[in-house]
Design a protein around this ligand. Structure first.
Ligand code: ADP
Ligand code: MG
Length: 272
């Protein structure tokens, strides 16, 4: 058996197959605090196979560099995370080049061109911010539960809209686009609905990521923008990112591939 493991801050992703060239199966587990031999074996066991069955294992993410070059019977191949993100994004989208945005716990933008992968920019705003702020404001820390709330809410109940701010549209932005995330709260006498707070959070985080991505794609001269990472599994955030694409006439340039949560580990697996 061969496998790739992406040791993320939140989740550890595993892709595995009997041999290279075969389509891998994918699973994910909650990350442990430390990336060590124990976490390595734990990830492999989560596949249902014994760690002793694995002869080659590619690892990326987190502090993967701290692991040795061989563990038990397995050769350990260390894959630079920037390369894993880039390759994974291109593989999931079937593109030759793109700006690949990894929206995980944090956000990284990788300029991916045939054989050349470079970190372009990023943001400390990401999925971890979404969960962290939702826990503080709503007492809910389960990403799916926050997403359910967000999809039932209206972000314009907490955001100041352009029509309220300047009386109409600006540039390509329609009048009902938002001008200030959570801008209504300052002068609000009552507390907003929980659903509306969640919707405001999803929009603030999704917009931040999408706007950074558009500017990075422009700066890098890349036509397509591919979004991977498990934050992209949440419908509320996906919708926000598609809304930004519409505002900036980027709809045909944004690619939201299936299985975004496994993008990075699939990129690492492709190195085997
Ligand atoms: N089932 C899930 N479990 C955990 N996080 C999830 C889940 N679905 C969506 N998310 C979001 O994905 C983020 C983590 O993304 P991921 O790509 O796994 O990041 P990392 O590689 O940093 O661990 C979380 O912060 C959360 O916002
Ligand atoms: Mg990851």
């Amino acid at each position: 058996m061969i496998a790739a493991i992406d040791f993320g801050l939140t989740n550890t992703d595993i892709a595995y197959a009997p041999a290279a060239g075969e389509a891998p199966r994918t699973i994910f587990i909650t990350s442990e605090h430390k990336v060590d031999g124990h976490a390595f074996a734990h990830a492999l066991r989560a596949t249902g196979h014994s760690p002793a069955d694995f002869t080659r294992v590619a690892i990326t993410g987190g502090q993967h560099r701290r692991l040795p070059d061989a563990i038990g019977v397995a050769d350990v191949i260390k894959v630079n995370e920037v390369e894993a993100i880039g390759k994974g994004g291109l593989a999931l989208s079937n593109l030759d080049e793109a700006l690949v945005v990894s929206a995980g716990s944090g956000t990284a933008c990788v300029a991916a061109r045939r054989g050349a992968f470079a970190h372009a920019t990023g943001s400390a705003v990401g999925g971890g911010t979404f969960v962290g702020l939702a826990k503080l404001l709503l007492g809910v820390a389960d990403p799916q539960a926050i997403d359910v709330l967000a999809r039932a809410g209206d972000a314009n109940a907490v955001d100041t809209t352009l029509i309220e701010a300047v009386g109409g549209q600006i540039g390509k932005l329609p009048a009902d686009a938002n001008a200030v995330n959570f801008g209504k709260i300052e002068r609000m006498g009552t507390l907003p609905r929980r659903e509306d707070i969640a919707a405001g959070l999803a929009r603030m985080i999704g917009q931040t990521i999408a706007v950074i991505a558009i500017n990075a794609a422009r700066a890098e001269g890349l036509d397509k923008v591919v979004f991977i990472g498990r934050l992209m599994e949440l419908g509320s955030v996906r919708q926000t990112i598609l809304d930004v694409a519409r505002f900036y006439a980027m709809t045909d340039r944004f690619v939201l591939p299936p299985k975004p949560g496994f993008g990075t580990v699939i990129g690492a697996f492709s190195m085997l």
